[in-house]
Design a protein around this ligand. Structure first.
Ligand SMILES: Nc1nc2c(ncn2[C@@H]2O[C@H](COP(=O)(O)OP(=O)(O)OP(=O)(O)O)[C@@H](O)[C@H]2O)c(=O)[nH]1
Ligand SMILES: [Mg+2]
Length: 470
């Protein structure tokens, strides 16, 4: 029977081959993870990427588009019924309204499915109908990746490391005093646990504000529905080897373990393990603006992030992935529209150096990686202003206050080491220069038919991330 029907299939006409190949079984699904630390630009990236894939006039560097092979793009219901949908329409409306504004901060995992109808290349291209490629975009906070490192740590080890780091930061003084004054052997009193967890969360928030990136446990900053639950009501305490059962210290230890098994593991199991391609968005310019300590911290954090993608970093993850791994990882410095294009190369070089360093440190091998700088939504135009008898290439845009302003971020060095070396050596401030930062409002858009929102190199990012599958 089987042989008969096979032979029968072979004698069918070309049109039938086309319809067989275009059946749902040949649909390709790519799960694209989008992550980055808070405010890195995830929401704007996804919104603009989707808008630019639906209206592709600005996607010339996406090969399939340049070849005219993308026939259609449309949103579809996502495959996962229990994940919140990425609120594309609302975010796009914010960015493209008559008084455009940036979308609100998002605090959890969300997903969106964009399907592309693509004409295949090669010999089959002529006879075969368009294929469908589903792009399942998953947005998740980068902080959650950093929690992977917690899985390998005991409460004692985590406390030691965290308290040591705190003692080097002015933001940590208050919590440190509280933690050192605490009698961990005393019976657990919930208000004490709460006070410690609150003070610790305050420290994490202050540290993040000061530009530090290693603010774990990730859910303390983004609690979602877990806010106030015991699994988030713990804090690091100095070791108490003789703490009795039911003491504050023992309970903190128990909750730390619960955080690992009830919060961290499910994230890696349910979301992370399914990702095929990943983009890590990094606000490199902001870290440079914050100073050498923030850059050094970012560097360390990026290697931890890379660590999560390295095969075999952690027994639990290895078991979970069973050989499957993310195939491509893009490191993208966002908000490149804060710089005149003559400085984009420097920003890209710095991002490349950060990626290389992260790869070295994480002893990374396997996935294909790339670094670039981009702007998901260009909010500025380029301009040249007179300066000290010469001219200065800078950008102009509308500030959040509604005022127009020209802005020059500072001169980024040609050699990334000029920034990364002092950062590594623990410098307090940049010797060579001063780097500014400025928040621009999105500018009102006048889009022609077929045009998505203006961007910088979003098409290159797309080509690297999934161009090979189109
Ligand atoms: N000029 C410019 N600013 C950007 C761009 N992308 C993001 N921003 C700025 O960065 C802020 C954060 O962007 P989001 O996309 O909300 O960042 P996020 O990573 O989703 O942030 P959270 O949801 O808070 O974690 C925005 O409010 C803008 O001020 C860009 O392409 N150009
Ligand atoms: Mg967001």
């Amino acid at each position: 029977m089987v042989i008969g029907s096979l032979a029968d299939n072979l004698t069918r006409g070309v049109e039938n081959v086309a319809s067989t190949l275009a059946s749902p079984f040949t649909d390709t699904t790519i799960r694209l993870g989008v992550t980055g630390l808070a405010r890195a630009g995830k929401t704007v990236f996804i919104t603009s990427l989707v808008a630019n894939l639906m209206d592709r006039a600005r996607m010339g560097q996406l090969l399939a588009e340049a070849e005219g092979r993308i026939v259609a793009a449309y949103l579809q219901p996502q495959p996962d019924d229990t994940l919140p949908r990425f609120d594309y329409e609302e975010h796009l409306a914010a960015l493209t309204s008559t008084s455009p504004h940036w979308p609100d901060s998002t605090r959890a995992v969300s997903e969106l499915r964009l399907s592309l109808k693509v004409q295949p290349t090669g010999i089959l291209g002529g006879i075969q109908g368009p294929r469908t490629v589903h792009l399942d975009i998953v947005d998740y906070p980068g902080e959650w990746l950093l929690d992977l490192a917690l899985l390998d740590k005991t409460y004692v080890e985590w406390s030691q490391e965290t308290l040591a780091r705190l003692s080097e930061r002015p933001e940590g003084t208050e919590f440190l005093a509280l933690a050192n004054a605490e009698d961990g052997t005393a019976d657990l009193a919930e208000p004490r646990a709460r006070a410690l967890a609150d003070a610790f969360t305050d420290y994490l928030n202050a540290a993040r504000k000061a530009g530090f990136s290693d603010c774990t446990p990730g859910r303390f900053l983004l609690p979602g529905d877990l806010a106030g639950s015991p699994v988030l009501t713990f804090a690091p305490l100095p070791e108490q080897p003789n703490a009795p059962r039911k003491s504050l210290w023992r309970e903190m230890e128990r909750r730390f373990e619960a955080y690992k098994s009830r919060v961290v593991k499910p994230f890696f199991r349910d979301h992370f393990s399914k990702i095929d391609r990943q983009v890590v968005l990094v606000d490199v310019l902001n870290a440079i603006h914050q100073g050498p300590k923030a850059v050094e911290d970012m560097r360390r954090v990026l290697s931890e992030v890379m660590g999560a993608f390295r095969p075999g970093p952690n027994a639990f993850l290895t078991q979970l992935l069973l050989g499957k791994r993310v195939e491509r990882i893009l490191f993208a410095a966002t908000k490149a529209d804060h710089l005149h294009h003559t400085q984009h190369r420097q920003l890209t070089q710095i991002t490349k150096a950060l990626l290389r360093d992260a790869e070295d440190r994480a002893n990374f091998a396997g996935a294909k990686t790339k670094a670039l700088s981009l702007a998901s939504l260009r909010a500025t135009t380029e301009t040249t202003v007179p300066h000290n008898g010469g001219e200065l290439d800078c950008v102009r845009g509308t500030l959040m206050t509604g005022k127009e302003a020209a802005f020059y971020a500072g001169e980024l060095p040609e050699d990334p080491a000029r920034l990364l070396a002092p950062a590594r050596q623990g410098a307090e401030a940049w010797l060579d220069g001063d780097y500014g930062n400025m928040a621009f409002a999105p500018s009102p858009l006048r889009l022609r038919p077929g045009e998505g929102p203006p961007h910088i190199r979003l098409d290159r990012a797309a080509e690297f991330l999934f161009g090979d599958k189109l």
